[in-house]
Design a protein around this ligand. Structure first.
Ligand SMILES: CC(C)(COP(=O)(O)OP(=O)(O)OC[C@H]1O[C@@H](n2cnc3c(N)ncnc32)[C@H](O)[C@@H]1OP(=O)(O)O)[C@@H](O)C(=O)NCCC(=O)NCCS
Length: 151
């Protein structure tokens, strides 16, 4: 995996990116996220919504939030399906971790579907550990694992 790394860059979300974000989200999550929900998440912590740009298009994104004092939260993270396993998710994660450290946060928490094995493997790779299981977290009533990492 990752024998071929792509060369893009990360910048903060801009409003015109919403179409690409919706497209990536539709193809990445079984859950439906409306554009207004995504814009609500954006307004919670605008600087923590970052996109990965390659060939002038958004190919991945991370949306973060501040949970409570000292903790960051990853709300959504996705990479366009055709471009996975090429280091884009890793770049977004490293960028988000650095951003959280710069903001004096001490840990990161996230929820992931219990059957989303690729994402769980991805988060483990960065040192996240499963701390709990939340019953019926998703709209299809499936469970989530909470994963957590000290930074
Ligand atoms: C999870 C996701 C963001 C990973 O992005 P990606 O660009 O494919 O990941 P990368 O290529 O940067 O991989 C980084 C590391 O994660 C691990 N990893 C990534 N995908 C993996 C998979 N399918 N199985 C096992 N490990 C995996 C790799 O080992 C890699 O480590 P390495 O650098 O040591 O090889 C991507 O699979 C995705 O968008 N999934 C759908 C949306 C989703 O489920 N998001 C998470 C829930 S919010």
């Amino acid at each position: 995996m990752n024998s071929h790394f792509v060369q893009g860059y990360i910048r903060e979300f801009q409003r015109d990116d919403i179409y690409d974000i919706m497209d990536i989200a539709r193809n990445s999550f079984s859950e439906y996220y409306s554009s207004s929900l995504i814009m609500d998440l954006y307004s919670a912590w605008p600087q923590a919504f970052r996109v990965y740009v390659l060939n002038e298009s958004v190919q991945g994104f991370v949306i973060g939030a501040r949970n409570h004092e000292g903790e960051a939260r990853i709300l959504l993270l996705a990479v366009r399906s055709e471009l996975r396993s090429q280091g884009i998710g890793k770049s977004l994660m490293e960028n988000f971790i650095n951003f959280a450290i710069q903001n004096h946060l001490m840990s990161i928490r996230l929820e992931v579907k219990v059957d989303n094995e690729p994402a769980i493997a991805f988060y483990r790779r960065f040192g996240f550990v499963i701390t709990s299981r939340i019953k019926g977290y998703y709209s299809d009533s499936s469970d989530a694992f909470t994963m957590w990492k000290i930074i």
